[in-house]
Design a protein around this ligand. Structure first.
Ligand code: SIN
Ligand code: CO
Length: 404
């Protein structure tokens, strides 16, 4: 009989020691399998003897260059407040910072300094195009940038001196209100460390994205952050679309030589969507509802000559209900309307936005520039319909005029 835990793997340790043969304390393949993008790892002695690729004076010199990206973060230790200043700096500014609680951080130091660039050789098991930069920080005693999360994997290599790192190994999603709003650093309001280590020169802390961490310098120290880069899905898509669009000439357009008289001129019907796919065959992969929603939003925004201005005051639902039967409803001439059937309802597209609403309402709004208030009032029965009308009025796409 199989033992219940026979196939269970022992939990991967969170701390390992580098050896001459295995700087990561294990084969790179094992690190990638068990830790990379998965869980933190402290590697004692990744760079045996520490790293002194760049001296603090040289880092300060680089921070005075126009082209270098640098910041100074000053921590008010008493009140746990933070002040950030962006470079370039003047040499005379550094002595004024005092002996405690500040950090100088310079990004992309590997692009300026060959010794710093050489550190990357230790990470040759990772595709070079995944690596963003080596950021170097010099901190005085008590210096740090506060508890935060990064979106990217990072190896925090202790250069010279000592730094106490605390991490919370439980990764989670953070809502915008998880961050403090009193500093331009994106610092966590709450941080409960699960692990704390004092890093010696040459030690490295690997953190996958989203692991809260906080490093505080014990005396003067330097840290080399080997940061990765990973394009977001939105960036991938935007760039791919630009790439596809680049070779396309202006004369190849949406065309409709097969057009037949419309039942409702504001409808985006299946034949229209088929023509969109004919113009851009890549869209054939996209499901019809998504394609329709995108096209409706796009085509009602396309080549708009004006951005419609909102009225000074929003209308309340009670006022709308009261006024509608005695009004004529005028569409803003610059707001384009279209609709498409969606199940038993419709999607109404107005100037690049979309509302879900009953089909007769979408048809009425999209087909006439001037709408009879009593007829619209008869359709505007439910709360969601009134809300749709309110938002169209509040955005300036519709206007109520008292009937004469
Ligand atoms: C530092 O070097 O002080 C900060 C690095 C980080 O937390 O990402
Ligand atoms: Co960080």
């Amino acid at each position: 009989m199989k033992r219940a835990n026979a196939s269970r793997q022992a939990a991967a340790p969170i701390e390992v020691h580098a050896t001459a043969k295995q700087p990561l304390g294990m084969p790179a393949r094992q690190f990638l399998r068990d830790y990379w993008q998965k869980q933190p790892l402290l590697i004692r002695g990744l760079f045996a003897g520490g790293v002194d690729a760049v001296a603090p004076e040289d880092l300060a010199g680089l921070a005075c260059e126009e082209a270098a990206l640098s910041r100074i973060v000053v921590r008010d230790a008493q009140h746990e407040r933070w002040r950030v200043r962006n470079g370039p700096f003047r040499e005379s500014e550094f002595p004024r910072l005092g002996r405690k609680n500040w950090t100088l951080l310079v990004q992309d130091v590997d692009k300026w300094d060959m010794d710093v660039a050489a550190l990357l050789e230790r990470f040759a098991f990772i595709p070079s195009w995944r690596i963003d930069d080596v950021m170097v920080s010099y901190a005085t005693d008590g210096g740090g940038v506060g508890a935060h999360v990064d979106h990217y994997d990072v190896f925090l290599v202790q250069g010279a001196g000592y730094r106490r790192w605390s991490i919370d190994a439980h990764t989670r999603e953070y809502s915008p209100d998880a961050f403090r709003d009193d500093t331009e650093l994106k610092l966590l309001r709450e941080f409960t460390p699960t692990h704390e280590w004092l890093l010696d020169p040459g030690d490295a802390l690997y953190l996958p994205p989203g692991v809260p961490h906080d490093g505080v310098a014990l005396g003067e120290c330097t840290t080399y952050s080997i940061g990765m880069r990973a394009p977001s899905r939105a960036e991938l898509l935007f760039d791919f679309v630009e790439f596809l669009a680049e070779p396309l000439t202006e004369d190849r357009r949406y065309s409709d030589p097969d057009l037949v008289p419309a039942n409702d001129s504001a409808e985006i019907d299946d034949a229209a969507l088929a023509r969109v796919v004919r113009a851009m065959p890549h869209f054939a992969e996209v499901d019809k509802a998504t394609l329709a929603r995108w096209f409706g939003r796009f085509i009602t925004r396309y080549r708009s000559a004006q951005v419609v201005a909102a009225p000074a005051r929003e209308i309340g639902i009670p006022a709308l209900t009261r006024r509608l039967p005695g009004s004529t409803v005028l569409r803003n001439p610059f707001s384009r309307y279209a609709w498409r059937r969606s199940g038993r309802d419709a999607e109404l597209y107005v100037a690049g936005e979309v509302w879900r609403c009953p089909l007769p309402l979408a048809q009425m709004l999209a087909s006439r520039r001037e709408i009879d208030g009593p007829k619209l009032a008869a359709l505007a029965q439910g709360a969601s319909v009134l809300q749709t009308l309110k938002s169209l009025l509040d955005a300036g796409h519709l206007r109520l005029i008292r009937r004469g």
